[in-house]
Write a protein that binds this ligand. Structure first.
Ligand code: ADP
Ligand code: G6P
Length: 759
């Protein structure tokens, strides 16, 4: 394959695929040079042909060897971004949690899943590395498509970094029943990781239903059909996530076209000749994996030879078994057993100079694979469990001559579509033997009839259609999700031009009825370590008091602090409205405000909410005890974890634990702020409160000053005439930025000056 260094992509890629493996594996040759070879497996077969047709596509993945990752490069019109995995990641994340825990569990525990806690840690950090590699390469509003069981935490990690992109996830392997899935340690983290996507795709309808059942049972989220309602975190709103079935396929036309190639036809003929021109050639093509039922197949074949039902002079079996995951114990054992069995069958049955089973333990190129399919009278797909099985579809696409018989396990995803195959239960060796004999004896007309039906299915539903369906659907569900994400208007730390701020204040103060609302900590008072020792800016408070006395002006303080606490620190007159607990507690309104506008019904506490609050408080206390310096504050409608005074990484870890816990609570509004996470059992936000106050005061426009992420819910609701001011640095949906509390005081004083001039 030809590779070149990747050119700069200043605007990013419209479509970014993230998979554990890149489509190519790097191999170091004896002379030190690097060779690139196609990576193994169905995921790469399918996605590679999709990406070849995409403009501005990128693929983020591992290049297949531990240690130093190559620089990003271009190959076949695609930009490849290698992710670095250390030897320990390969052992714990890839061989361990991915292929020692998840793979067997998701394939119905054909072998026992193994679990070690260090594997999970590595899975978490490797997933983070993939997310960190993928997030910056996507264009604004672009699409990131995450693939397969190795990367189930990536969708949520990407969402945290890039709320503007659409995120899809496709699971190439089965999703197990809820009973089996429940055995998985860290199962809820996996579900929450997946639910970071807008759209989740599965191979079979049963996989989709299993996933949805797990979400409902283990997370308790509300589910409508296969649409899941995911509670929002912080300013992020509640989201709808859709799960749906998209059976994957192959590049059917390309495979079919290869069969026209005279060289490949000649290879197919030569192959039969090399095998001694038997009447029948039976073929199996698999990665050497215990899910593929290779042992069952060899057992059936061996018994048919033992029984004399098959004459080894008439029929030969080719078993292609691609090397796979060779350092994982179950795969080592499988290889030993398969090779022992092949040796035994050949020893007992092979005619002189010819095999009874031709065993190939290496890779072939596409052309050789097609030649094998063309040479095969029967293909055996006997998987004990398989997401789809593309070999079955490749065989069908390789038979435009309508000859050949596909024996297909009902446990492969392909069995849902390829109903005209000879379907078998591979666990039943007698049934499997009977199916092989039936296939070998099938009259030509019957072969043609079945193959015509199979080809209709495979040629109509190719991988391009599959990708198009998935992305089209993601475009729809993702667009709705994006509409709910507050957009970032200002990035970085640079304050706005003072002239622009002044101009906005002038225009605003000309409006007949105003609401001036402001956050407290970080705006009217500098942030301090001991929140009880907060020192409000007396002049800023004085400006607010004065503003509240002017005609047509309503003033409100909107804080995360409990109402009582806010009142204690500000001592405002009754003309100023106090809103505490992020909107959950609203103080007395001046008589001229329309109190009925404030919908208090959602704010009231019920016995259930009291009980829930008690449980949350207990859990947060448990977290705070484990991280010295972290504290829990209780409010009438919320419990709050403060991490400002936690030591070392304790603050970070306590926050992570709290957020992890948060997503297990279906009916709680969780608001992370600066070194603080609030869990409210009534559903509101500062944005909801300011909107209600604006209506209650019949304001024509409002102005809001805020410094924290919790203030973004206010900024996000602003309309053209409203003025939104962010105090301090960081991305924000506000339209203006000022530097600090001193600048905030100046804004309030300037407003007082402008508005006083009018009265
Ligand atoms: P899985 O994804 O579990 O490996 P699939 O049957 O879905 O199973 O996909 C396997 C893919 O790998 C197919 O495209 C098949 O042609 C290809 N393949 C399998 N064995 C070999 C081999 N020895 N050489 C080249 N390609 C192979
Ligand atoms: C299956 C999985 C893929 C995986 C492939 C090869 O197709 O669904 O995610 O890449 O097998 O396995 P490997 O472990 O070699 O990547």
């Amino acid at each position: 394959m030809s590779t070149t260094p990747a050119p700069e992509q200043p605007r990013g890629h419209e479509l970014v695929v993230v998979a554990n493996r890149l489509p190519v594996d790097s191999r170091t040759l004896p002379d030190g040079a690097t060779e690139w070879v196609t990576s193994p497996g169905g995921l790469v077969t399918a996605m590679e042909s999709v990406m070849r047709t995409v403009d501005s596509g990128a693929w983020v993945g591992w290049a297949g060897s531990p240690g130093e990752a190559p620089d990003p490069f271009e190959a076949d019109g695609m930009s490849l971004y290698p992710v670095r995995l250390e030897q320990q990641d390969v052992e714990r994340y890839y061989e361990g949690f991915s292929n020692g825990t998840l793979w067997p569990l998701y394939h119905d525990v054909i072998v026992d899943p193994v679990f070690h806690r260090t594997w999970w840690d590595s899975y978490l950090s490797a997933n983070r590395r993939f997310a960190e590699a993928a997030a910056p390469v996507a264009a604004r509003g672009g699409t990131i498509w995450v693939h397969d069981y190795q990367l189930q935490l990536v969708p949520r990690m990407i969402r945290e970094k890039r709320p503007d992109v659409r995120i899809g996830f496709f699971n190439h392997i089965p999703f197990p029943s809820v009973e089996l899935f429940s055995q998985l340690p860290k199962r809820n983290s996996i579900l929450r990781g997946l639910l970071g996507a807008d759209l989740l795709g599965f191979q079979r309808e049963s996989d989709t239903l299993n996933f949805v059942a797990a979400v409902r049972k283990l997370l308790g989220y509300h589910v409508d059909g296969t649409t899941i309602s995911v509670p929002g975190l912080g300013a992020a709103p509640r989201r709808e996530v859709e799960a749906r079935t998209f059976p994957i396929s192959i590049d059917s036309a390309a495979v079919s076209a290869l069969t026209e190639d005279p060289d490949i036809r000649a290879r197919a003929e030569q192959l039969r000749h090399d095998l001694g021109d038997p009447d029948k050639v039976v073929l199996g093509v698999d990665r050497l994996d215990y899910t593929k039922g290779i042992r069952h197949r060899l057992k059936a074949w061996g018994e048919l030879l033992d029984d004399g039902a098959i004459d080894p002079h008439d029929a030969v079996m080719i078993q292609v078994a691609t090397p796979s995951r060779e350092r994982v114990e179950a795969y080592r054992q499988l290889r030993d057993e398969v090779e022992l069995t092949v040796g035994r069958i050949n020893g007992e049955h092979a005619p002189l100079g010819r095999p009874a089973v031709s065993y190939q333990h290496h890779s072939f190129d596409r052309r050789d694979m097609t030649a094998m399919y063309m040479a095969a009278d029967v293909v055996l797909v006997t998987a004990l469990r398989d997401g789809m099985n593309l070999v079955a579809k490749e065989y069908v696409a390789s038979r435009p001559d309508l000859r050949g018989v596909l024996v297909l396990s009902e446990f492969a995803g392909a069995a849902d579509e390829l109903r005209a195959a000879v379907l078998v239960n591979p666990h039943d060796i007698d049934e499997l033997k009977a199916a092989i004999l039936k296939a070998l004896a099938m009259p030509v007309e019957e072969q043609e009839e079945a193959m015509r039906s199979l080809r209709h299915q495979v040629m109509e539903n190719d991988v391009q259609t599959w990708a198009h369906d998935f992305l089209d659907h993601l475009g729809h569900v993702g667009a709705e999700a994006q509409a709910a994400v507050p957009s970032v208007r200002l990035r970085g730390d640079e304050p706005s031009d003072p002239a622009a701020v002044d101009e906005a204040l002038r225009t605003f103060s000309d409006v007949p009825r105003l609401l001036i609302a402001t956050d407290f900590d970080g705006v009217l008072a500098p942030i301090v370590e001991d929140r009880d020792a907060v020192q409000p800016d007396a002049e800023a408070l004085a400006a607010l008091r004065d503003l509240a006395e002017l005609p047509g002006v309503a003033v409100a303080l909107v804080s995360g602090r409990a109402l009582e606490d806010l009142n204690g620190h500000t001592r405002m007159p009754s003309s100023v409205v106090l809103v505490g607990s992020h909107g959950a507690e609203v103080g007395a309104l001046p008589p001229w405000m329309q109190a009925e506008v404030l919908d208090r019904s959602s704010l009231s506490m019920t016995p259930e909410k009291e009980e829930l609050l008690g449980t949350i408080t207990a859990e947060l206390r448990r977290i705070s005890r484990a991280h010295p310096g972290a504290e829990v504050e209780t409010k009438p409608t919320a419990a709050v974890l403060h991490t400002r005074n936690a030591t070392g990484r304790g603050g970070h870890n306590a926050t992570e634990s709290a957020l992890e816990y948060a997503t297990s609570l279906p009916d709680v509004t969780v608001t992370p702020g600066k070194e603080v996470v609030e869990f409210a059992v009534v559903h509101t936000s500062k944005g909801v409160a300011v909107d209600a106050l604006a209506r209650a005061s019949a304001a024509d426009a409002w102005l809001y000053l805020g410094d924290d992420v919790t203030d973004e819910s206010v900024f996000a609701t602003a309309e053209e005439r409203d003025v939104t001011v962010k105090v301090g640095g960081g991305d924000t949906a506000a339209g203006l930025r000022i530097a600090d509390t001193v600048a905030a005081r100046e804004v309030l004083q300037r407003l007082r000056e402008l508005r006083s001039e009018q009265s």
